[in-house]
Ligand binder design. Structure first.
Ligand SMILES: Nc1ncnc2c1ncn2[C@@H]1O[C@H](COP(=O)(O)OP(=O)(O)OP(=O)(O)O)[C@@H](O)[C@H]1O
Ligand SMILES: [Mg+2]
Length: 360
């Protein structure tokens, strides 16, 4: 069991700095998902925790012991990769036992740990099979089994499910969550899949280009994204962004076309009168009643998804396509005009220059 603390972590490859100061205290037993687009530095952070990359500056501590100088094997960490290579000529049992054997553990102890892990992962009946006689999901479980038997202080996962098909991914996601509930081993899980991160993580570290743009629970990140980047990255379909201006007294936001959306009290006095970006999630538009607070969406096309409907269209004076999600099936013709509004608590505002969130 272990706390993991990242203090001002930097990483450069040659002259190029790719991680620009990450801070995060991960509590014992916590499941933290590192989420972000390709190339933002997720694997690099994980590999530094594992000891596979040297840390350029900063400190990584496990249970208050600074591990910067420790070899990977001394850190008591187990890592599951996307390309987990099982030994093809060994049975499932031997694949799981191998790491313990080279640590010279006794046969009896190895046997107990392997059988126990196989039970947790429901692999008992496959212990005598070779990897090629298993499905993708079963192989993935063997890869996790190899880590579990080591009883590490920390589990690190780097996109472990991305080679699996969509259905299996959902199933394995649940299994990983259940496993975590059982074992309560501190886990750090890298993914670019926001659904995976949101469903697995107690907390998320959302990374943007080598920075931690936001660290928070899945709901905090969804409801109060700290930057426009986070807002656009979390949520599917993505949040809509419109150019807008705060009213001189900061109590409403004005959109071209004479639309004024009222804001919750005291949202943003210091930005009063300034150009801002208004963010609205597709699921947060409501039918409008008050004409002054009505955005008119001209329908371009509609996707009927069965349970709900996605409507793509353009607001007056706006060239980009916006998305509206309706929680039922609706057939709408092209060029239909929909009068919409946004309830004040669902309005997100971002600074046009910095992209930082304005207000609460
Ligand atoms: N050994 C290396 N030498 C030089 N640059 C590297 C090295 N490893 C990674 N980088 C660079 O560091 C940045 C972060 O890479 P990293 O692998 O951490 O991204 P990632 O978020 O894991 O992306 P992905 O989702 O594609 O796996 C990238 O710009 C990458 O090109
Ligand atoms: Mg990666």
């Amino acid at each position: 069991m272990a706390d993991v603390s990242l203090k001002n972590i930097y990483k450069s490859f040659g002259k190029t700095e790719v991680i620009h100061g990450i801070n995060c205290d991960i509590k014992d037993g916590e499941f933290v998902a590192i989420l972000g687009p390709s190339g933002c530095g997720k694997s690099t952070v994980l590999r530094m925790i594992a000891g596979l990359e040297v840390i350029t500056a900063g400190e990584i501590a496990i249970n208050d012991e600074i591990v910067n100088q420790l070899e990977p094997a001394e850190r008591d960490i187990a890592m599951v990769f996307q390309n987990y290579a099982l030994y093809p000529h060994m049975t499932v049992y031997k694949n799981m036992a191998y790491g313990l054997k080279i640590r010279r553990m006794s046969k009896a102890e190895i046997d107990e740990r392997v059988r126990n892990a196989a039970k947790i992962l429901e692999l008992t009946e496959f212990l005598d099979r070779k990897p090629r006689q298993l499905s993708g999901g079963q192989r993935q479980r063997v890869a996790m089994g190899r880590c579990i038997v080591r009883e590490p202080k920390v589990f690190l996962f780097d996109e472990p499910l991305s080679n699996l098909d969509a259905k299996l991914r959902v199933q394995m996601r649940l299994e990983i969550r259940n496993l975590h509930e059982d074992l309560k081993i501190t886990s750090i899980y890298v993914t670019h899949d926001q659904v995976e991160a949101m469903t697995l993580g107690d907390r998320l570290i959302v990374m943007d280009n080598g920075y931690a743009a936001q660290i928070g629970s899945p709901l905090e990140v969804y409801e109060h994204p700290a930057t426009k980047f986070v807002a656009g990255f979390i949520g599917s379909p993505a949040m809509n962004f419109l150019n807008a201006r705060l009213s001189p007294n900061g109590d409403s936001v004005e959109i071209p076309g004479n639309v004024k959306l009222p804001l919750e009290n005291g949202s943003s006095s210091e930005h009063a009168g300034k150009e801002v970006i208004l963010g609205v999630r597709p699921e947060h538009f409501k039918p409008a009643r008050d004409e002054a607070a009505t955005l008119h969406l001209t329908v371009d096309h509609v996707e009927l998804l069965g349970a709900d409907t996605l409507v793509y269209g353009r607001f007056t004076d706006d060239k980009t396509l916006s998305t509206l999600r309706l929680s039922d099936v609706q057939h709408l013709d092209k060029n239909t005009k929909l009068p919409l509004t946004v309830p004040p608590p669902k309005i997100h505002l971002f600074d046009r220059e910095t992209g930082n969130r304005i207000g609460r």
